[in-house]
Each structure stands twice: as structure tokens, then as C-alpha cells.
Ligand binder design. Structure first.
Ligand SMILES: Nc1ncnc2c1ncn2[C@@H]1O[C@H](COP(=O)(O)OP(=O)(O)OP(=O)(O)O)[C@@H](O)[C@H]1O
Ligand SMILES: [Mg+2]
Length: 250
């Protein structure tokens, strides 16, 4: 990975997304350092998915700018640097698990041999080696989620954008997902993850709280707790969003 000298993998400046008159992401300044796990948290409709889709180049930016590894979005070269796991799985139900992985691998230019090697590791990791030849349409919701994560990882990109990757995944597997996320991080990769699970938020290096399209607080989980004097991150979030409301009313 070429270092652009900033130490940042993701940087947005005044990032805006408007849908007509509605502003879903409102002047967002996000800075994610290389090699960290950054959790984006916030209630339904806060703008997390919209932000991630803009970072991937899937949604047109309405204002401000976003940079991935020093390249300004949109840039065709960014696709190779990003593994994206959408909130709604985007797999081919009429293809097998293997064919889905091979498809995503081939669009990123992997050879058949490379796909074979990575597929073996990824199927072990998601706990589905014996489902290799099953049609994705026949899998349970949680299993589809696991395949979707494997597809995001297949080209081993430096940045992973994971939108609620553990929804519908059973507790035991969630723990092994997090072990794997840490392993990926220890190999120098960066992860931006959205979640509604506070135990997962606690496992991030830093988290950002989003509310109504704004980043209302950011820091290490324990820093956010000590700043608010709260015992858990749910309460810390409430405290920051109440503070924001009071300021807006003043
Ligand atoms: N295509 C669209 N047209 C109009 N509004 C949209 C569109 N997509 C999203 N929105 C709105 O933008 C806001 C942010 O949505 P977004 O999906 O980013 O939220 P989120 O933080 O990911 O929520 P969740 O936790 O439910 O996944 C919401 O109010 C949503 O209704
Ligand atoms: Mg979302």
C-alpha cells in the first residue's frame, strides 16, 4: 500500500448528501486513520449508510469532498482499494456460494488460482465450507450475510466498509467475526463498520456518533464514556444528542 503521507485512509470535508430538499448527510468531517477499526454509530436514518455509499462511489456526492487513501471520490482506482459489504446483501441468488465469490474475485482481477486459495480461507472463516456449491438463494438470512462478508473480503482490499455486517449473525459467529476483523486490522487494513450493537462499538478503536446527518461526537469508547460520565455507550450517545438539541434550541 502506498502511503500518501497523511496517515488517513478516509477523509471527508464538509460532505453533504441531499435528496431533494432533505439533507441526509450534513457537512460531515470524518477522518479515519490507516489501520484502525472505526465504528459509525447512530439511530435509524442518521445517515450512516448514505455516508458509506458516497465513500464507495455508489452515491453521487451533493457537496464537499471525500478522499480514500489520498484519492478523491469518485476515482476509478478506488474500487480496488475498497471492500464494501452493503446493509442489504447484494448477492446473486441463482449462483452458488463459490460462483458468487468467483464473480466478485474476477471483477477485481484475481486469477482462478488466487480465488481458489482465498475462497478456501474465507469459507472456513464464515463457517460454510460445506455450502460451497449451494445456491445462495437457498441459504438462510444469516448465512447470506456471511457470504456477503466473504465477497467483500475476497480481493483483500486495504479498506473495508462494512454496513451492519453482523446483523442476523448468531452470537458465537459474531465473536469469531470480530476476531477476524482484528486479525485483518493487525495485517494493516482499515475497517469502517456500522453497528447497532454496543458490545461491538466497544471493540472499535474509535467511534463516531451520527445524528441527523451530523457527527455529534467522536473518540475512543472509554473517552466518550469519561467525557459524559456515563456507564454505557447508549447513555453516552443520548447525552451527546441531548446536548446537541439544547444547543440547537439556544
Ligand atoms: N434514495 C433516497 N431518497 C430519499 N431519502 C433517502 C434515500 N435514501 C436514504 N434516504 C433518507 O436518508 C436518511 C439517512 O438514511 P441512511 O440509510 O443513511 O440511514 P442509516 O443511518 O444507515 O440508518 P439505519 O440504521 O436504519 O441503517 C433517512 O432519513 C432516509 O430516509
Ligand atoms: Mg444503514
Amino acid at each position: 500500500m502506498v502511503d500518501d503521507g497523511t496517515g488517513l485512509m478516509v477523509e471527508t470535508r464538509g460532505l453533504v448528501k441531499r435528496y431533494g430538499k432533505f439533507t441526509a448527510v450534513d457537512h460531515l468531517d470524518l477522518r479515519v486513520r490507516k489501520g484502525e477499526i472505526y465504528g459509525l454509530l447512530g439511530p435509524n436514518g442518521a445517515g450512516k449508510t448514505t455516508t458509506i455509499k458516497m465513500l464507495c462511489g455508489l452515491l453521487k456526492i451533493s457537496g464537499g469532498e471525500a478522499h480514500i487513501n489520498g484519492k478523491q471520490v469518485p476515482d476509478g482506482r478506488i474500487a480496488a482499494e475498497v471492500g464494501y459489504m452493503p446493509q442489504e446483501t447484494a448477492l446473486y441468488p441463482g449462483l452458488s456460494v463459490h460462483q458468487n465469490l468467483a464473480f466478485f474475485g474476477s471483477i477485481f482481477g484475481l486469477t482462478r488460482r488466487e480465488i481458489e486459495v482465498r475462497e478456501k480461507t474465507l469459507l472456513e472463516f464464515i463457517g460454510l465450507p460445506e455450502w460451497r456449491n449451494e445456491m445462495v438463494g437457498n441459504l438462510s438470512g444469516g448465512m447470506k450475510h456471511r457470504v456477503s462478508l466473504a465477497c467483500a473480503l475476497v480481493h483483500m482490499p486495504p479498506l473495508l466498509l462494512l454496513d451492519e455486517p453482523t446483523v442476523g449473525v448468531d452470537p458465537e459467529l459474531r465473536v469469531s467475526f470480530w476476531d477476524y476483523f482484528n486479525e485483518i486490522k493487525n495485517r494493516g487494513r482499515t475497517i469502517v463498520i456500522t453497528t447497532h450493537y454496543m458490545d461491538e462499538a466497544n471493540r472499535c478503536d474509535r467511534i463516531g456518533f451520527m445524528h441527523d446527518g451530523h457527527l455529534i461526537a467522536e473518540g475512543k469508547p472509554d473517552e466518550l464514556l469519561s467525557l459524559t460520565g456515563c456507564a454505557c455507550l447508549e447513555d453516552a450517545f443520548m447525552s451527546f444528542s441531548a446536548g446537541g438539541r439544547e444547543e440547537a434550541e439556544r
